[in-house]
Design a protein around this ligand. Structure first.
Ligand SMILES: [Zn+2]
Ligand SMILES: [Zn+2]
Length: 345
């Protein structure tokens, strides 16, 4: 396994894992755009990730040859054994387990250890080298239980019946997880969606995730008319609260669901009234727990706070190596600004 400008390259198997540019052969961990790029020759991924790639990139750009590998199945390419094992990040997300000449490397993509009712749970696989992200690799990042954050949201809905609650989410993963969590918490009213979220929710439903009654946010009735959906929960891509679209809603309480909501200044800067700390990435404790469980003597860190994580690993006798992969963390938990703000907090 080598790091090249095209990303992580498995030399004996002659394929890349999550390459940032089009390559002849790619194994893809999950459907976020910083991992699943268009126009590869051949793509190997879980059936769900392939479906997500076709939906987001278009049928003709999701890999000329698409090969589905379900968790539990194994194939061999040029003597390299390949398996995909659930990563608990979003629907279809998988770790890539590679066995070659008696040694094993596991590329985890993005992952979390918390329960997520919208996808399969992470399974630790003992290995010689574990490749991890480090998005939230600072001790300050300790995600509270997501159920607790959803309870805070529902309490706010109860307190402000005259206002709509608008939650900024990532379209792939966070949106559907939040909907499932709301359903589990007993919220059986319709959940209202910005148009930008409809397609992936429909795909999740098609792939077997039950999301309940979802409806598109209606058009503004007429200019200057009072907003709609008071007392209701509305989901939209982050940033929609700053567009004219938001005028459709009755005095919205602007919420955002992200691991970065731990950082107060960031929530404030984004005009978020009700920050919800809900992350699809491992927090500090989960990263260290995972390092311990996979028992790898060597851990490679793709992106994030690699300095802090490598330092903590060294104290535990594990060799850490920062890979500095470019283009990571761009879609699902954008890293800019926040880590500096979190220092010393
Ligand atoms: Zn991701
Ligand atoms: Zn990512």
């Amino acid at each position: 396994m080598r790091v090249t400008p095209q990303g992580l390259y498995c030399e004996p198997g002659d394929f890349f894992v999550d390459p940032p540019r089009a390559v002849p052969r790619a194994v893809i961990t999950h459907g976020h755009s910083d991992h699943a790029r268009p126009d590869h020759g051949a793509v190997l991924a879980t059936p769900e990730t392939l479906a997500i790639m076709r939906a987001r990139l278009g049928e003709d750009r999701a890999g000329r040859v698409q090969q589905a590998l379900a968790p539990g199945e194994a194939i061999t390419r040029n003597g390299v054994g390949i398996r995909l094992v659930p990563a608990g990040h979003v629907l279809g997300s998988a770790q890539v387990v590679l066995d070659w000449q008696g040694s094993r490397i596991v590329i985890s993509g993005d992952y979390k250890r918390r329960r997520d009712p919208s996808c399969a749970a992470f399974e630790p696989v003992p290995c010689d080298v574990f490749v991890t992200e480090a998005t939230f690799a600072l001790p300050v990042f300790r995600h509270p239980p997501a159920e607790q954050e959803v309870a805070r949201l529902l309490e706010s809905v109860r307190l402000f019946p005259d206002r709509a609650h608008l939650i900024g989410v990532y379209a792939l993963g966070k949106c559907q997880r939040l909907i499932r969590l709301l359903r589990e918490a007993g919220w059986d009213r319709p959940i209202w969606l910005h148009g930008g979220l409809m397609a992936l929710c429909a795909l999740y439903e098609e792939l077997g995730a039950k999301l309940g009654d979802l409806r598109p946010v209606p058009m503004e009735r007429k200019r200057g008319a009072s907003g709609q959906l008071a007392g209701e929960i509305v989901l939209a891509p982050s940033g929609a609260e700053a567009t004219p679209w938001v005028r459709r809603l009755a005095e919205p309480v602007v919420c955002a669901a992200s691991g970065w909501m731990r950082v107060r200044q960031r929530a404030k800067a984004k005009g978020v009234e009700l920050p919800l700390i809900v992350s699809d990435h491992a927090d500090w404790a989960e990263l260290l727990q995972t390092a311990e469980e996979v028992q790898a003597p060597e851990i490679w860190v793709t992106h994030g706070r690699e300095d802090a994580l490598c330092h903590a690993l060294a104290q535990r006798g594990v060799r850490g190596r920062a890979l500095h992969l470019v283009g990571r963390g761009e879609e699902d938990e954008e890293p800019e600004a926040a880590p500096a703000a979190a220092d010393g907090a």
